[in-house]
Design a protein around this ligand. Structure first.
Ligand code: ADP
Ligand code: MG
Length: 392
C-alpha cells in the first residue's frame, strides 16, 4: 500500500501553486515559546522543498487538546520560532474561513500558518464542511503529519478527498517506508525490543510482531508482568495483575522467540537508588522494586541486537528518566548504534523511546515521530490520514 509522495509530482507543476500542508506542530510550549523544536524540524525538508519549487506553502496543524478557541494553545505563539527556523516571514491566518485571500497574496516560496485546527468543532468530527473551508486555502494537499494520521480529522482525512493531488510529505514517506516496508519485508534476523510501562497498551503490537520477528526481547515494567505469569515474585514492582493471563497466552504463542530479562536492578524505591542491587529474575526480594534490566541481560540483549539485520525498538528498559536506572536503556541504544554500523536497519518508535535516544538520532536509521500512530500502524491498523492519500 504504497502512497503517492510529493517526490512523485513534477516540480514544475508546483510552481506558483498553493500547497496545503498538514504538519504536526503539536509542540511543547514554555512561556509562549517552543520548548522542543524536534517536530518542527522534522517538517522542514517538505516545507523547504515546496518553497524551492516556487509553491506557496500554507501550514495546518493542531496544538494540544483545546475545547474551542484558547489563547494558551494558539499556534500564533510558534510563528517567531518558525520564522527563525525557516529564515523567512510567516503570515499568520487566525481563521481559515477568511484566509483564502491571504494565501493567494503569498509570494512564490512564501509561508502561511493557519490557527490551531482544533479550535473548530468540525476538526475532530471529520466534518466535510470544515474540510471544504480548509480546502479553500490550497490548490493541492500534502500530509506530513504522521503522528496525527491515526485520527480521521477534517485536516487529516476529509480534506484529502477534496484537494487533489493529495500526497505524502517527506516525513510521512519516511515513516511509511521504515515502519511499513522495512518491518514488513525485513532483512533477517529481525529482532524487536519492547519495554515501557504497560503490557496493555502494547499487547496488539506484540501479537502483530510475533509472526514476523525472529526474537522479541522484553524489558521495562512489561517484563515484570511476564515474571508474574511465570510465577516469580515481583516485590513492589509495577505490574498489571489483570494482564497475567494475556502474558501467559503471549508466552505460549511466542515460544522461544520471547526473550525475558535474566535479571533486574532492584531498589527499595526510586529515592533509595544507593541501595540498589542486581538479582536474577527469580529472586526479586519482596520489598524491592524492579527499575531496570541487569548487566547480564544488557550483555545478552546486546549480543542478540548486534547480530540482527533489522531491529525495531519501542519502550525503555527501565525508569530511564531517573539515573542510574537509565543504564539498561542506554545499553540498548548503544547496541542499536553498533548494529547500524554493521549494516542493520535500526528503527525506534514511541514517545519516551524517542526521548531516550535523543542525541543518537543520526546514528539510527529512523526515529519515528509518531507515538500512537506508529504503534497502531505496527498493529496493522489502517491509518485514516494515510488511507485518504492517493495510491502511488
Ligand atoms: P513509549 O512512550 O516509548 O511508547 P512507554 O510510554 O510505554 O514508552 O513507557 C515509558 C515509561 O515506562 C517510562 O516513563 C519509564 O519510566 C517506564 N518504565 C520502564 N521500565 C519501568 C519499570 N521497571 N518500572 C516502572 N516504570 C518503568
Ligand atoms: Mg510513553
Amino acid at each position: 500500500m504504497s502512497k503517492r509522495s510529493l517526490r512523485d509530482l513534477p516540480p514544475q507543476a508546483l510552481d506558483g501553486k498553493r500547497a496545503l500542508v498538514r504538519v504536526d506542530f503539536n509542540v511543547p510550549l514554555k512561556d509562549g515559546r517552543v520548548a522542543d523544536e524536534t517536530r518542527i524540524k522534522a517538517a522542514l525538508p517538505t516545507i523547504e522543498y515546496l518553497r524551492d519549487t516556487g509553491a506557496r506553502v500554507v501550514l495546518l496543524s493542531h496544538l494540544g487538546r483545546p475545547k474551542g478557541p484558547d489563547p494558551q494553545l494558539s499556534l500564533r505563539q510558534i510563528t517567531r520560532d518558525l520564522e527563525r527556523l525557516l529564515g523567512t516571514p510567516v503570515e499568520f491566518i487566525p481563521d481559515p474561513a477568511t484566509g483564502a485571500a491571504v494565501t493567494r497574496r503569498l509570494p512564490r516560496g512564501g509561508v502561511a500558518l493557519v490557527e490551531n485546527t482544533r479550535f473548530w468543532p468540525g476538526e475532530e468530527t471529520n466534518d466535510p464542511k470544515l474540510a471544504e473551508t480548509f480546502a479553500t486555502l490550497g490548490d493541492f494537499y500534502v500530509n506530513d503529519a504522521f503522528g496525527s494520521a491515526h485520527r480521521a480529522h477534517a485536516s487529516t482525512e476529509a480534506v484529502a478527498h477534496l484537494l487533489k493531488p493529495a500526497v505524502a510529505g517527506f516525513l510521512m514517506e519516511r515513516e511509511l517506508r521504515y515502519l511499513g516496508d522495512a518491518l514488513d519485508k525485513p532483512r533477517r534476523p529481525f529482532v524487536a525490543v519492547l519495554g515501557g510501562a504497560k503490557i496493555s497498551g502494547k499487547i496488539d503490537v506484540i501479537q502483530a510482531l510475533l509472526p514476523r520477528v525472529d526474537e522479541i526481547l522484553v524489558g521495562g515494567a512489561m517484563a515484570s508482568t511476564f515474571f508474574l505469569a511465570i510465577g516469580f515474585g515481583v516485590g513492589g514492582s509495577l505490574v498489571e495483575r489483570d494482564k497475567e493471563d494475556i502474558a501467559k497466552t503471549v508466552m505460549a504463542k511466542a515460544g522461544a522467540k520471547l526473550i525475558l530479562p535474566r535479571g533486574a536492578v532492584v531498589a527499595p524505591s526510586l529515592e533509595r537508588a544507593a541501595e540498589r542491587r542486581e538479582v536474577t529474575s527469580d529472586r526479586i526480594p519482596a520489598n524491592y522494586v524492579v527499575f531496570d534490566i541487569d548487566q547480564t541481560t544488557r550483555l545478552d540483549f546486546r549480543a542478540r541486537i548486534v547480530q540482527a539485520k533489522t531491529i525495531f525498538w519501542n519502550g525503555p528498559m527501565g525508569v530511564f528518566e531517573t539515573p542510574p536506572f537509565d543504564a539498561g536503556t542506554r545499553a540498548i541504544a548503544e547496541a542499536m548504534v553498533e548494529a547500524g554500523k554493521r549494516g542493520a536497519v535500526t528503527v525506534v518508535g514511541g514517545g519516551d523511546s524517542a526521548a531516550a535516544v535523543a542525541g543518537f538520532e543520526d546514528k539510527l536509521t529512523h526515529v519515528s515521530t509518531g507515538g500512537g500512530a506508529a504503534l497502531e500502524f505496527l498493529e496493522g491498523k489502517p491509518l485514516p490520514g494515510v488511507v485518504a492519500l492517493e495510491d502511488g
